[in-house]
Ligand binder design. Structure first.
Ligand code: ZN
Length: 174
């Protein structure tokens, strides 16, 4: 397991689409372990393989102490709207309000290739959607129409009216 450098905005590898995984062996397990350790070190609530420069459909999410290892994930049901503050480990120092589905259900394979179904709401649903976007080469800033006004620097969250509890939740990045 290693903590690896996370690619940041401007690196073209962040825009690559993940390729489906069809081999569930040692390489995949090493990748998942590196993703988990790098996410925890950051810290963040999720990390996708393209953020480490690996164009594969693999991501990890960890919310409320539960770790999800997602291989070839896809959202099969989504409902509701939830607008909340969001950040990305690949866009360090900036946050923005992004509207996501409030609840999602997704199907993914685990590290052994076994199909699993997960459901999440709120922050967990947001993290699932954020990481799956990375597998499509998409970043949260793509939802913004005006980066100048909508991107909030970390140091200006209070000024922007973000409450103290949310300001402390800088871990809500993926
Ligand atoms: Zn991200």
């Amino acid at each position: 397991m290693s903590v690896l450098p996370i690619l940041t905005l401007g690196d073209p590898r962040l825009r690559m689409r993940g390729q489906p995984v069809d081999s569930f062996g040692k390489y995949l397990h090493g990748l998942i372990d590196d993703l988990t350790q790098t996410m925890r070190d950051a810290p963040g609530v999720g990390l996708a393989a393209p953020q480490l420069g690996v164009a594969l459909d693999v991501a990890v999410v960890e919310v409320s102490g539960r770790l999800f290892e997602l291989v070839n994930p896809r959202i099969v049901r989504a409902s509701g709207d939830d607008r909340d503050l969001e950040g990305c480990l690949s866009v360090p120092g900036f946050f923005a309000y992004v509207t996501r589905n409030e609840k999602v259900r997704l199907v993914a394979q685990d590290r052994h290739g076994k199909k699993q179904t997960y459901a999440g709401s709120g922050l967990l649903a947001r993290a699932f959607q954020h990481e799956l976007d990375h597998l499509d080469g998409k970043l949260f800033i793509d939802y913004l129409t005006d980066l100048e006004t909508e991107l909030i620097p970390l140091g200006a969250l209070e000024e922007a009216g973000v409450d103290a509890e949310t300001r402390e939740a800088v871990g809500r990045r993926g």
